[in-house]
Write a protein that binds this ligand. Structure first.
Ligand code: ADP
Ligand code: MG
Length: 251
């Protein structure tokens, strides 16, 4: 379980996050949506131990994020896939796990490449792969690491809309099969609604001095498993409208 308590982050005079508290259950898929600059990345990086709280605390299963990170319990997928250009797709998938000192599992890595739609591309270098394929490698790498928690920061942000939709369906399938806890940051309301069990709306309203804080929270009760057909459903449209209005009420 992830517990964020009264977290604030300031950079000099700039207050990036103000008094953020949230709990995330094991196996939950939580999405965090908000406009650019409201502190989403800062929140995710703090959960991942890459930023230190100015005040408040973050706990991952009762431990500091640093401890969770050094045990490879946290996996990251960033907007920029951060693959090593000189390594093949397969080597990129296995690399972090090896660095973390875990048992190698080449068969598992090959299986993951296949289930992420990269069968036959194991020997390709990142330069030979499309944007969507590179993100698939980055996702496979995070799952292969064996982390319990995946922290995803706009991982589909650079992709075209069709690939984005495909990847959204894919990530849900991988999540079902691997039972990870996922914290997924996006500025896309439909993406946040489609993916999440719960959607947190973050906003940096001037009332709070521009600092990001959680202004609303929605349980997304769309049935699972979800596939492309959800995008056209009335329930989906209504949920998207609710989240949008929470964002706009606060803007
Ligand atoms: P988002 O991901 O929602 O677009 P960020 O978390 O990246 O927002 O940034 C929130 C605010 O904090 C922005 O005003 C940004 O400029 C500022 N910020 C983020 N990281 C740093 C940093 N390392 N030093 C100074 N300011 C930062
Ligand atoms: Mg960001």
């Amino acid at each position: 379980m992830i517990r964020v308590d009264d977290l604030s982050i300031t950079y000099g005079d700039l207050r990036a996050l103000d008094d953020v508290s949230l709990d995330i259950e094991d196996g939950e898929f939580v999405t965090i949506v908000g406009p650019s600059g409201c502190g989403k990345t800062t929140l995710l990086r703090t959960i991942g131990g890459l930023e230190t709280p100015t005040t408040g605390s973050v706990r991952v299963d009762g431990d500091s994020p640093d401890a969770a990170q050094s045990d490879a319990r946290l996996g990251f997928v960033f907007q920029d896939h951060t693959l090593l250009p000189w390594k093949t797709a397969l080597e990129n998938v296995t690399f972090l796990r090896r660095m973390a000192g875990k048992d190698p599992d080449p068969e598992g890595a090959r299986d993951l490449l296949a289930t992420t739609g990269l069968d036959g591309f194991g020997d390709a270098r990142p330069a030979e792969l499309s944007g969507g394929m590179k993100q698939r490698v980055a996702i496979a790498r995070a799952i292969h690491l064996g982390a319990d928690v995946l922290l995803m920061d706009e991982p589909f942000g650079e992709l075209d809309e069709i690939t984005r939709d495909e990847m959204s369906v894919e990530i849900l399938r991988l999540w079902r099969e691997n039972r990870k806890t996922v914290v997924f940051v996006t500025h896309s309301v439909p993406e946040a609604v489609f993916l999440g069990d719960r959607c947190l709306v973050v906003s940096g309203s001037s009332a709070a001095g521009g600092a990001g804080r959680i202004v609303a929270e929605f349980d997304i009760d769309l049935p699972r498993p979800r596939d492309e057909s959800v995008f056209g459903s009335e329930a989906f449209g209504q949920q998207v409208a609710r989240v949008r209005s929470a964002l706009h009420d606060d803007a």
